[in-house]
Design a protein around this ligand. Sequence first.
Ligand code: GLA
Length: 380
Amino acid sequence: MTQIAPTLLSLLATGSLILAGCAQPSTNAPRRSRELFGTVDGKQVFLYALSNGKGMEARIMNYGGIVVALVVPDRAGKPGDIVLGYDSLSSYLKATPYFGAIVGRYGNRIGKARFTLDGKEYTLKANDGANTLHGGLKGFDKVVWEPDESTPPSDPVLKLKYVSPDGEEGYPGTLTATVTYTLTDSNELRIDYSATTDKPTVLNLTHHSYFNLAGAGNGDILSHEMMLNADRFTPIDSGLIPTGELKGVEGTPMDFRTPTAIGARINAKDDQLRYGRGYDHNWVLNRTGDGLSLAARVVAPASGRVMEVRTTQPGIQFYSGNFLDGTNIGKGGKAYAYRNGFCLETQHFPDSPNKPQFPSAVLRPGETFTSTTVYTFSTR
Ligand code: GLA
């Protein structure tokens, strides 16, 4: 394993790179570049830089499809990196709570690490007590994806592909997954997912960036105001597995229909918050039709940054960084402590393979799974 490029990353963190890159935007200017970041499993890992010429920049590597940095201007126009992560590939290989990764084959939990499909029981690798979490021991966050550079470098687009062998981590079917990251002219990070299989299987692809709209490493996220467009959520048991019920948020600390500071009720006496050690739940999105629909809006009052999440998925996991404990030393040497970042993971509901009443996460041969999630940034 070799590693390069921490200097570029620290330049990014301070904003100096993006300022230089934005001086004279021209339509044919390269908006995607790459540098070697290291090697894993004998395969090259590149760090790609996408820029939209409007002040936004994303750094994404083909190991785990990880968003390593996401630079977004604040209210005063000052760029800042708003996702948690590391300066070097070796740090990602040592320990990461899924910072910035593409999560699969099945994001979130499957109870007792097993499920039955078409009458046959499949046993998965358990990696979260008796349950399986985020694809198992070596999920899609820990594999090298194949980059497709067929789009011109003037497009801030990165397409990644991973072929997961039949039986990997216990899942049936060879699954071919593609994930396309696009930075749009409207300050959006768009993620398009697609997948096909050669045997019936289950699938739940999501993205696991930890956001801090005040800047990564700049304290906790408790003053961020959260809006979740959901009348219901899926309550969990003490092992964080959904009970199967869809419960109204009305009158509970899970009600984010009107913007509310994340910290306002997070320590309330409530069994759901106790099980999750804070927020670590799936909300059932209010939606009509199959298209992109508003799922969440987060406002960071001090920086003025606003993030909106739109998705085609039925659910969203809001995780308030409750397992962060300061042991992950991130970019620029900053430690990420308790609740220093939050995740909004658009998804099918956790444990759907064992919950026939939930929207189906089954994919069959001949079908193509597609989903899209768009993170839009602005200021106020
Ligand atoms: C998800 C899970 C959490 C936790 C984090 C990673 O959000 O729901 O329980 O596993 O990923 O630490």
